[in-house]
Design a protein around this ligand. Structure first.
Ligand SMILES: C[S@@+](CC[C@H](N)C(=O)[O-])C[C@H]1O[C@@H](n2cnc3c(N)ncnc32)[C@H](O)[C@@H]1O
Length: 212
């Protein structure tokens, strides 16, 4: 799903690459001419290096030890997948001139990331949802325009339905997220630990119930 959102480009930088599968796939398929596989930790980077060395595109992928975008000077497209929304937002604060296309796949705190994008001039152009076994994931494609815009809380939590290619999956995704909230509420009730978080979850449940 993440690869499908990446536009054809010269140079993609995958931040938090871990195994390096995404940049390998993108260059192998010819979606991107060259790639940078970056990670903050040496361990994942060395696993990426090993995987890259096994491919026919090894000369087109460079590995870089970098905290977010700090050591990345140039990229047409930046991909950041499998991290929390807060961390992705903090990485995007270091966007450099010329970095205009972004594919982002937060694991949680989708609302934090969507608010950050709206308040910092990144326009979400497309959203996608993937389903694997009993789990669902979402990802966005955004372009940096420098123009801020407003979004509703509902849009921050679930995305704009019109930006999803598959509306059926969007409804299923809203239901999936609603059930997750219900589970969290049930856990708190079972533990008898009702507090602020509980009240917030109850409020979110109402929003999600309206969206299903
Ligand atoms: C859960 S893995 C995700 C791997 C891959 N992107 C994916 O979606 O399958 C998160 C990776 O992000 C890296 N990471 C965490 N914080 C980072 C940061 N500030 N800058 C670069 N990489 C980071 C971790 O070392 C880890 O390899």
């Amino acid at each position: 799903m993440v690869a499908d959102l990446v536009p054809c480009c010269n140079l993609v930088a995958d931040i938090g690459t871990d195994h390096g599968y995404l940049p390998i796939y993108l260059v192998n398929k010819g979606i991107c001419e060259r790639a940078i596989a970056a990670d903050i930790n040496e361990g994942p980077l060395s696993s990426a290096r090993k995987n890259i060395a096994l491919t026919r595109v090894k000369d087109k992928i460079e590995t870089v030890l970098s905290d977010g975008l700090k050591n990345i000077e140039k990229a047409d497209c930046v991909t950041i997948a499998g991290m929390g929304g807060e961390l992705i937002a903090s990485i995007l604060e270091h966007r450099k001139e010329g970095m205009t296309h972004f594919v982002l796949q937060p694991q949680r705190s989708y609302d934090v990331l969507r608010y950050f994008l709206a308040e910092n001039g990144f326009e979400i152009k497309k959203e996608a949802i993937a389903k694997e076994n009993d789990k669902m994931y979402c990802a966005f494609y955004a372009e940096y325009t420098g123009k801020n815009y407003e979004i509703t809380e509902n849009e921050a939590l679930l995305g704009k339905s019109g930006l999803f290619e598959d509306d059926t999956l969007y409804k299923e995704y809203a239901e999936y997220r609603r059930k997750e909230i219900e589970k969290a509420i049930a856990q708190i009730e079972k533990a008898g630990a009702k507090g602020e978080r509980y009240e917030e979850l109850k409020r979110l449940l109402e929003i999600f119930s309206l969206s299903v």
